[in-house]
Design a binder for this molecule. Structure first.
Ligand SMILES: [Zn+2]
Ligand SMILES: [Zn+2]
Length: 271
């Protein structure tokens, strides 16, 4: 690193002493504290399902060495636009969660993108990691109301992790309500910290295009958003509560139109 380069926290500069489980931060012999979690940058990479290698391919060559050991998501670098526009300066966070260079950003905000906001659609090949609980929730809910199987994404009027759409766990187009099942996971860390921030951003993006979000907050997670159901685990009582919230959000009549009645055969479930 040149003498006039700005000091980079956590990359071995004297005076910084935090080391992370991922190996980034202060060198072993200088670390006063070793945190048993990944550095913020590695956490955001994991959340956005990217690798550091992929990020390194997008930075201008002069920044590559520093970015290889960077821990801060707010650090600014010079980047090469993946769509071939001009180089641009932005923080790691903006690059990982935003639409790209300033020109890409303007394109994402174009009237065409705004016009489609709120439209649900099928994105093929998405959501490989649907959990068993999410599937069980879908089955339990499908016993009460008609759920379409042909949509898994909703167009938004901004970008979320660089995409003009979000992929909620369950989508009810007839009510414009999305349902998310949040569980802290085996490591107890999912849906906390940065994930909570991105959950809030996802809700805001959906609210902007007219959708409401019901969040099941299981296994110790606290409320998030106006329609949270805090519960130890998924149960039929939780599904009762979802039905109540749907009626509260869109009215009894709107929910009744989707309701499955005993006289309906299984054939009439497709929405
Ligand atoms: Zn790291
Ligand atoms: Zn661009």
């Amino acid at each position: 690193m040149e003498d006039d380069a700005p000091p980079r926290t956590g990359t071995g500069v004297p005076g910084t002493s935090v080391r992370f489980r991922c190996g980034h931060g202060a060198p072993v012999d200088e670390a006063r504290i070793t945190l048993q979690r990944q550095c913020p940058l590695c956490m955001l990479l994991a959340e956005t399902r990217r690798t550091r290698d992929q990020l390194l391919h997008r930075v201008a060559p002069a920044g590559r060495a520093a970015l290889a050991v960077e821990t801060r998501i707010g650090a600014d670098y010079e980047w090469i636009c993946v769509r071939g526009h001009s180089r641009y300066s932005a923080s790691v966070r903006e690059v990982l969660t935003g639409p790209g260079c300033p020109k890409c950003r303007r394109n994402a905000q174009a009237p065409a993108a705004r016009f489609e906001g709120g439209v649900p659609f099928m994105k093929p090949g998405l959501r490989l990691g649907t959990s068993q609980t999410e599937q069980r929730l879908r089955v339990m809910l499908a016993e009460r109301i008609r759920l379409p199987h042909r949509v898994n994404a909703i167009k938004i009027s901004r970008t979320f992790f660089g995409k003009p759409e979000v992929w909620p766990d369950i989508i009810i187009p007839g009510l414009m309500v999305a349902i998310e099942y949040d569980d802290p996971g085996r490591d107890g860390m999912s849906h906390r910290g940065l994930k909570e921030t991105s959950d809030r951003e996802k809700d805001a993006a959906l609210n902007e295009v007219g959708w409401e979000v019901i969040r099941l907050r299981a296994n110790g997670l606290h409320e998030l958003g106006p329609y949270s159901i805090v519960c130890p685990a998924l149960s039929s009582g939780v599904v009762d509560r979802i039905m109540e919230l749907l009626m509260q959000i869109r009215g009894v009549e709107a929910v009744d139109r989707l309701r499955i009645r005993p006289e309906d055969g299984p054939d009439s479930r497709e929405g």
